[in-house]
Design a binder for this molecule. Structure first.
Ligand code: AMP
Length: 174
């Protein structure tokens, strides 16, 4: 990975709530070379997977690009009420609030392997919920890949407690 990639993440204090230091990835997305390098790095980790799942909303940006690059299908893990048809849902706590995520039921054949992608690993609640949904949909999570991690928030250990065998990888160093 190009050393300059991590420098393209902006720290925005007090967004979306006071006390949150928001990691803004939009400068990185606007750099075509670095954006593509990040997607390629995620794609390199996806060789075992049949599908790439993205977590709404910013996980979609990377997961959809990686799916096309690696010739795999894309699975959306969406916020509540957005997916038509039969869904499975789970609620969980966020760094800033509460959320519900959903996945389609009975859409992808049971037993397929899925790599899950999101932009930022913070407290890990979102990633645990997404992994729970993949399993509830009778799919096999192969690994979780993040653009970056906020280690002080302990997400990695929260994921390991919930899903001990799951690989957790980040593309950019802090
Ligand atoms: P968490 O469940 O606490 O690990 O939060 C991860 C999810 O919330 C990801 O989908 C991130 O996009 C978003 N998120 C949480 N904290 C931040 C932050 N400080 N900066 C940017 N995104 C964040």
């Amino acid at each position: 990975m190009d050393i300059s990639a991590a420098q393209l993440i902006r720290n925005i204090p007090d967004f979306p709530k006071p006390g949150i230091l928001f990691k803004d990835i939009t400068p990185l997305l606007a750099d075509p070379k670095i954006f593509k390098q990040c997607c390629q790095a995620i794609s390199d980790l996806a060789t075992d997977a049949d599908y790439i799942a993205g977590i709404e909303a910013r996980g979609f940006i990377f997961a959809a690009a990686v799916a096309t690059m690696s010739n795999k299908g894309f699975i959306p893990i969406r916020k509540s009420g957005k997916l038509p048809g039969e869904t499975i849902s789970t609620s969980y706590d966020l760094e800033y609030g509460q959320a519900t995520l959903e996945i389609h039921a009975n859409l992808i054949p049971a037993g397929k392997k899925v790599l899950i992608v999101d932009d930022v690993l913070a407290t890990g609640g979102t990633a645990v919920a997404a992994t729970d949904l993949i399993i509830a949909a009778s799919l096999i999570p192969t690994s979780l890949v993040f653009l970056l991690e906020i280690p002080a928030l302990g997400g990695r250990s929260r994921i390991k407690q919930a899903h001990s065998g799951l690989q957790i990888q980040t593309i950019l160093a802090e």
